[in-house]
Ligand binder design. Structure first.
Ligand SMILES: [Zn+2]
Length: 85
């Protein structure tokens, strides 16, 4: 059985950025875009190497990269609220 959980990922300003199905334990480092269950920022369809921003405070959330052939957001740890499972 797979372990995983849907988590709310928030900016440090408090804005909820997206919901994400996180598999396994540990700190959230990157998010596979196809695993977002809600997307309040418009990450789906963002171009590779673009740097999405928080719609509220304008801080960069990270950078879109291809990971194992899938677009993913590598999180800027300074902007995203720390999440541990
Ligand atoms: Zn923000």
């Amino acid at each position: 059985m797979k372990t995983g959980k849907i988590i709310d990922v928030k900016c440090r300003c408090g804005y909820t950025l997206f919901r994400y199905y996180k598999a396994g334990k540990g700190r959230l480092i990157k998010c596979i875009i196809s695993r977002l269950t809600e997307d309040f920022v418009g990450l789906k369809g963002a171009e590779t190497f673009s740097r999405p921003k928080c719609p509220k405070c304008g801080k960069e959330l990270g950078i879109i990269k291809m990971i194992h052939g899938e677009p993913a957001l590598k999180l800027n740890q300074g902007t995203i609220e720390t999440i541990r499972l």
